[in-house]
Design a protein around this ligand. Structure first.
Ligand code: GLN
Length: 443
């Protein structure tokens, strides 16, 4: 009783200002479920969890923060949700996000922006900004996000929380509304590394319903790993693209690592000017294909337009999608059209391969690659949203891990001018538990 009551009291006090949720569940329903769950044996029995609103939840609407899916209630649970329920977790609500996860600040949401609890005039990052703010507001200890190019790590960084983009294929995407399949993973977000590791070990694992999952099972407990003797490569070219205030905090963190015995060396990512164009070409191409399914006929927003197929389809889509989503559908369709396909899409795939190769080389020398998670401090609401290129630039440090399928973890490194700064650790493919072990040690 007390736990649920306290949570809802807190929400009543601050949610009006923060707006982390798209859908908050009814207190009575939550209390009933928690009472039932605490009697069970699950590893999360009775624990409240916030879930990003692009992860399907049976009986709870799943909107992707889009007008297109405003009233869509899925008839099934995503695999990660089934797994969490089996362990006794109870969903508190669905969190706000950029529309269809397209954005870095949670400002492209149809329901309006979420605010950063550390400074209400600023964004919590995106696209899983609602989950980040729900954690930082103290509503929950654990939350789910999804990360296509930084959507877990950027909000973790901006809200001083922990977020992992898992190795591609370790977590099922069944029930995740698709944006860019080859890049994205569902992942854990939490207020400390112990909870983060626990959440990851529950959601990870192969799934018959997602053919891209690999044969993987995560150890049930993840232990601290001493950083003594581990080789850390600092990505100088990413540091140089970042604000001095951010860099200062990351350097303090590196000093801490070095005083614990880590071997720190400067290196370069090498293709830092190519990662964003490569990522956005691939992401927009996949998005334009994935979003073709929203015709507003069987489900989703309907304009009730009459006329031929073309009129109905274009009115449903024209009214149902927001500006950023339309931008990406248009650019993606353009990139994939005859004549431009080779010039853009095929080239981006080749560059993606080169980026993977160059990372592989770096990982023959280093155990971990470190950089800021975000090159800037949390921007003010409205500061980057009207300039897409400015918004895309926030992802300069994060998209690399998605292109290369490797794990990347954002952990709080400290504050600059009262604003949170996250540090990103990237590791070899399938070194997820190693990264979390290091994070446990450094906490
Ligand atoms: N900001 C990036 C994009 O808009 C990443 C978003 C995400 O990871 N879902 O594509």
């Amino acid at each position: 009783d007390e736990y649920v009551g306290r949570t809802f009291d807190r929400i009543r006090r601050v949610e009006e200002k923060v707006r982390a949720f798209v859908t908050l569940r009814d207190e009575k329903d939550v209390l009933e479920e928690v009472k039932k769950a605490v009697k069970g044996e699950g590893r999360l029995s009775g624990l409240l969890i916030a879930v990003k609103d692009n992860i399907s939840t049976r009986g709870i609407r799943t909107t992707c923060s889009s007008k297109m899916l405003e009233n869509y209630v899925p008839p099934y649970d995503a695999t990660v949700i089934s797994k969490l329920k089996r362990e006794g977790a109870v969903i508190l609500g669905k969190t706000n996000m950029d529309e269809f996860a397209m954005g870095s600040t949670t400002e492209t949401s149809y329901f309006g922006p979420t605010r950063n609890p550390w400074d209400l005039s600023r964004t919590p990052g995106g696209s899983s900004g609602g989950s980040g703010s729900a954690l930082a507001s103290g509503y929950v200890d654990v939350a789910l996000g999804s990360d296509t190019g930084g959507s877990i790590r950027t909000p973790a960084s901006f809200t001083s929380t922990y977020g992992l983009k898992p190795s591609y294929g370790t977590v099922s995407r069944y029930g995740l509304v698709a944006y860019a399949n080859s890049l994205e993973q569902i992942g854990p977000m939490a207020r400390n590394s112990t909870d983060l590791a626990l959440l990851f070990s529950i959601i990870a694992g192969s799934d018959q319903r997602d053919a891209t999952t690999i044969d993987y099972s995560s150890p049930s407990s993840i232990n601290p790993i001493t950083v003594k003797g581990i080789k850390v490569g600092v990505l100088k070219d990413v540091m140089e693209a970042s604000d001095p205030g951010v860099v200062g905090v990351v350097k303090d963190f590196l000093n801490k690592m070095s005083s614990e015995g880590a071997v720190i060396e400067e290196t370069n990512l090498g293709m830092v000017n190519y990662v964003l164009p490569t990522y956005y070409i691939i992401a927009m191409s996949e998005a334009s294909s994935n979003l073709a399914r929203y015709d507003g006929v069987r489900y989703g927003y309907s304009s009730n337009a009459e006329g031929n197929w073309r009129d109905v389809y274009s009115r449903n889509r024209g009214e149902g999608f927001g500006k950023e989503v339309k931008r990406r559908i248009l650019l993606g369709s353009f990139i994939l059209s005859a004549g431009y396909y080779e010039q853009f899409y095929i080239r981006a795939l080749k560059t993606r391969r080169l980026i993977r190769d160059s990372l592989e080389k770096l990982f023959s020398r280093y155990d971990i690659l470190v950089s800021p998670t975000s090159p800037i401090l949390p921007p003010k609401i409205g500061e980057v949203i009207d300039d897409p290129v400015k918004m895309y630039a926030i992802d300069v440090a994060t998209v690399t891990a998605n292109l290369a399928a490797i794990p990347a973890l954002s952990i709080p490194a400290g504050f600059h001018n009262g604003l949170p700064v996250g540090v990103q650790l990237m590791g070899r493919y399938l070194s997820d538990t190693f990264l979390m072990g290091v994070s446990l040690y450094m906490e």
